[in-house]
Design a protein around this ligand. Structure first.
Ligand SMILES: [Zn+2]
Ligand SMILES: [Zn+2]
Length: 139
């Protein structure tokens, strides 16, 4: 069981499950969506996600066909992404979740498009595209 929130606190949620390992995504869409060199994503079952407040604040952007990036309309915090083709999975942004977390990053995905100013030096597996094995689609 974990809780989390956006920067302004308008959106609050609970995750009613164990957490999967954190997937680091270096794709260009994640970089722009976060404003950082990569996104830190945890796939969770949509059924385990409980929105405690802020439903009216949720905004989303369809960054590629069938894929929505959901964010807080007040403070702009990225919240999660969701694909129409996989509606039962949300890819929550790990930085929103209140610590301590029992999980750590497990791999780097889409390093072929990573920011040239960021050096990966943690020794974790790196994948040019999606991490293997799935779930590893761009966050
Ligand atoms: Zn907010
Ligand atoms: Zn990505």
């Amino acid at each position: 069981m974990h809780t989390g929130r956006c920067l302004c606190g308008g959106v609050r949620f609970r995750i009613e499950s164990e957490l999967a390992p954190i997937q680091i995504c270096h794709c260009s869409q994640c970089r722009r969506a976060q404003g950082t060199p990569f996104a830190s994503n945890i796939p969770i079952k949509a059924a385990a996600f409980r929105l405690l407040s802020g439903a009216e604040l949720l905004s989303s952007f369809e960054s590629s066909p069938g894929k929505r990036r959901v964010f807080c309309g007040t403070c702009g915090s990225p919240l999660y992404s969701q694909k129409d083709a996989v509606p039962d999975v949300l890819r929550i942004r790990a930085g929103l979740i209140d610590g301590p977390l029992e999980v750590r990053p497990v791999a780097h995905a889409y390093v072929a498009s990573k920011a040239d100013w960021w050096c990966i030096a943690d020794g974790l597996p790196q994948f040019e595209g999606p991490a293997i094995p799935p779930p590893s689609t761009p966050g």
